[in-house]
Design a protein around this ligand. Structure first.
Ligand code: SF4
Length: 254
């Protein structure tokens, strides 16, 4: 019989000897010792099975979606062909403006900003006073006014958890959570990146944060927002063109 013991580092050691009759095997109080026969060299077979370290074992036990790494790589590949950075910047500005005012006012301000030139470089070259006039009547949100924690951010009018996590990431360079909007929510459910179907973006955020490595939390919002606007559309997703069509549980077959 073989016996096994697991060391603190997570290694499992199986020890076993060929069981011999006669003097080769002795029993003491329930323990079996294998002794070498006289005149022969000890033959001891030791099988060592290396298990992963405990951290890896825990990760394996934890649920994670099937194929998520391939799906993510495919989305990165699809997004890399698009004009993501400019769009990301515009989405961010639009979000920040919308937290200050109504949709119509945000829309008018965004139109004037586009006419002015809505790239990072162009905005950086524009002084605060000019920018203030362009986006008027939207109030200016100066950096010193931005709280540096989620609980204070969500107290601001129009700022929910999604916006708060995005602002923490962009303004303070701190990843406090995944910014889940309607695109991230929809795509996560289509790809089955949530263990059970979720009903709200906030539930999706909690479900994603449960398994997704933290170093992806910042990227995932930008990636899925752009992907949701151009490929995985709300009503008629373009599944036939999507690199994930064969590994996506929510793919439309037609
Ligand atoms: S296959 Fe269709 S539903 Fe799935 S991720 Fe691609 S576009 Fe979205």
């Amino acid at each position: 019989m073989s016996s096994a013991r697991v060391t603190r580092s997570g290694r499992k050691i199986l020890q076993g000897g060929r069981k011999r009759s006669g003097s080769g095997t002795e029993q003491h109080g329930g323990e079996t010792n294998t002794l070498p026969p006289r005149g022969r060299k000890e033959v001891k077979k030791r099988v060592q099975v290396r298990y992963d370290c405990m951290e890896d074992v825990e990760k394996k036990l934890k649920w994670e979606p099937e194929n998520w790494q391939r799906q993510l790589e495919n989305i990165r590949e699809m997004r890399s062909r698009r004009d993501a950075p400019v769009m990301r910047y515009q989405v961010l500005l639009s979000l920040m403006l919308s937290s200050q005012t109504k949709d119509q006012v945000t829309s008018a301000a965004m139109t004037k900003l586009r006419e002015h030139g809505l790239t990072v470089q162009r905005i950086l070259e524009t002084d605060e006073e000019t920018l203030g006039k362009i986006i008027y009547p939207v109030g200016f949100w100066k950096p010193r006014d931005i709280p540096d924690n989620v609980s204070d951010l969500v107290k601001l009018p129009g700022v929910g958890p999604k916006m708060a996590h995005l602002v923490m990431d962009i303004a303070w360079n701190k990843v406090s959570g995944i910014g889940v909007d309607t695109h991230v929510h929809r795509i996560s459910n289509r790809l089955k990146w949530v263990k059970k179907e979720t009903k709200s973006p906030e539930d999706t955020r909690v479900a994603l944060e449960d398994w997704m490595p933290r170093d992806l939390w910042s990227e995932i919002n930008w990636l899925l927002v752009g992907f949701g606007q151009q490929m995985c559309l709300p009503v008629a997703p373009r599944c036939s063109e999507c690199l994930n069509k064969d590994i996506c549980p929510g793919a439309k077959k037609k």
